[in-house]
Design a protein around this ligand. Structure first.
Ligand SMILES: Cc1cc2nc3c(=O)[nH]c(=O)nc-3n(C[C@H](O)[C@H](O)[C@H](O)COP(=O)(O)O)c2cc1C
Length: 193
């Protein structure tokens, strides 16, 4: 695992992949699943996550103001779905999922090292939107597994995308826009009016 620039790290969520949200209180780490996350700013590097107020992750986040987003690949589909469908106040999901963890560089919550990338975040502002709370947060450190990332996810990174309910999508090739130029000549279109 290597540390990369937080701005480059934001590319980990460019593809809208599902992530695991790690929060911590008094030595206990909780992991839940989020798919409503987005890059917000380049300078400083920031991202936002949208959370249900009633979940344990929200409670821990309100207290500590810190979290880690770890990006699972398709091999973790069962664990990812489980963490998104079970509450952390009645069980220790790190233990029941047999997650491996490691200390983060700059925040208290742990990294789930089964994942292929990690964004360490500190909350800047919280905004209520409808039934959610939106956490606008600074990315303070980013780490990635080298084999999966070349200035963005490469073909090895089979990230997970949530379609809704129990269904996910992964795979699909990578297209390099430089290899797909516009046609040299646009067809002669008839005038609109
Ligand atoms: C694929 C997937 C994506 C999810 N995305 C979000 C999300 O973006 N925000 C949210 O509040 N809950 C989301 N959830 C639901 C939470 O993960 C779920 O409520 C979880 O049980 C909360 O756990 P906790 O109580 O331990 O925090 C998602 C669930 C799944 C399965």
């Amino acid at each position: 695992m290597i540390e990369i620039d937080p701005l480059m790290g934001l590319r980990m969520i460019n593809d809208g992949s599902v992530s695991l949200l790690s929060t911590r209180r008094e030595g206990k780490t909780n992991v839940s699943t989020v798919s409503w996350q987005m890059p917000l700013s380049q300078d400083p590097p920031m991202l936002g996550i949208s959370l249900t107020p009633s979940c344990l992750s929200n409670e821990l986040l309100r207290e500590s103001g810190e979290f880690v987003l770890s990006i699972p690949d398709a091999s973790l589909i069962a664990e990812t779905h489980y963490c998104g469908t079970h509450r952390g106040d009645s069980e220790d999901k790190v233990r029941s999922m047999q997650f491996r963890t490691m200390r983060a560089r700059k925040v208290i919550p742990l990294l789930v090292t089964n994942c292929i990338g990690h964004l360490e975040c500190a909350v800047r502002d919280v905004y209520p939107f409808g039934d959610r709370l939106f956490y606008a947060s600074r990315v303070v450190a980013a780490l990635v597994e080298e084999d999966y990332f070349d200035n963005g996810w490469n073909e090895n990174a089979q990230t997970l995308h949530h379609l809704g309910g129990d269904r996910y999508k992964t795979g699909g090739g990578i297209l390099d826009a430089k290899k797909w130029p516009l046609p040299q000549q646009m067809p002669n279109l008839p005038p609109l009016f």
